[in-house]
Ligand binder design. Sequence first.
Ligand code: NAD
Ligand code: DAU
Length: 359
Amino acid sequence: MACHLVTGGAGFIGSCYVLQARRRGVRVITLDKLTYAGNPDNLAALREDPDHVFVRGDIGNAELVACLLATYRPDAVVNFAAESHVDRSIVDPDAFVRTNVLGTASLLRVVKDWWQALPAAAAADFRFLHVSTDEVYGALQPEDPPFRETTPYSPNSPYSASKAASDHFVRAFHETYGLPVLLTNCSNNYGPRQFPEKLIPLVIGNALDRKPLPVYGQGTNIRDWLHVEDHCAAIARVLEDGRIGRAYNVGGRAERANVDVVRAVCALLDEMAPSAAGPYADLITFVADRPGHDFRYAIDCTRIERELGWKPAHDFASGLRETVRWYLDNGPWLERVRSGEYRWWMEANYRHRGAGGAA
Ligand code: NAD
Ligand code: DAU
């Protein structure tokens, strides 16, 4: 039975990957620190599963990682663990350096030491896949071509700078030690179980509470949206057949301006959870912009399509509809994650923007 060590597997994308991997019959060891964004409920379906092991811990804990590698002898390490929210990186960049840069470098070093001592056949089959982002490429203007794997890195936020640094370490471990690495650089994900600091679940939660829906700047910034299940399917394809040392861009070919995404969520809520107080779009509030806000991201995913035959299964309209439905059907999940630390964050990030009461 194949075995994957999945870091950050209690987060939004990692948990989707873990659930998919178990459906494919892969044994999974999840290593997750359970920061504010990590949620054991995301893996509740695996509580009785003997082929899923959950370990609470930090990717930067070299002793723990070495012990997990020696105990479970995974065929692959899939690294999702990261601080992932751009706005938080503006408030506290150090946390991003600790996990995304130092944590990844430590993980790589421990995995490399273990991998070097494996018998030849096991060493040849092993893969280290690092999950990265399109944000490392910087910002596009409306007429620019989409990011390719050859686009030079030009990160603009502490988050994207820390992800760029981790990508460089991953490449360096391949060039220097021959570690069989793979990278994926994906666009904005949406879907079930996303922490509601991110645009789509934040808007759904605020709308249902009849609170302002904060849109940064003019709402004209553009993101390319991909359903989380399609992202995880792409990662699985890259692990299976990706060329060692290569990066693969992953995207949905679904570029949308932020305000249009927010309006689309509002229209779905009007249909599925109509409010006597009026249309949800009435709650849209333009607020102070994100400093250094990248204008546009767009992904050219020709390489993964041509080399590996990957294509997204969801289109944005039906994927967004399913996603809104999921949050409506999972009110208790949303309520649990919106207590405690979340309240502090909403106050810290929105109060000064002029959307007083966005939380
Ligand atoms: P998330 O914030 O929902 O989850 C991150 C997970 O990592 C959490 O479970 C957290 O507890 C865990 N974690 C954080 N620090 C850790 C540490 N030091 N040791 C072990 N675990 C730790 O993030 P996400 O949206 O699921 O993103 C996962 C990965 O995908 C990240 O690397 C992110 O950069 C990348 N990515 C995200 C998107 C997106 O749209 N969300 C797009 C492209 C790439
Ligand atoms: O592109 C991939 C990246 O997508 C990932 O690497 C990141 O981990 C992930 O968080 C996401 O980053 P973004 O900054 O694009 O996602 P976020 O949901 O925070 O914001 C999406 C857009 O919406 C962005 O242009 C900022 C805007 N926005 C966001 C929030 C939270 C608002 O207008 N209002 C808001 O309240």
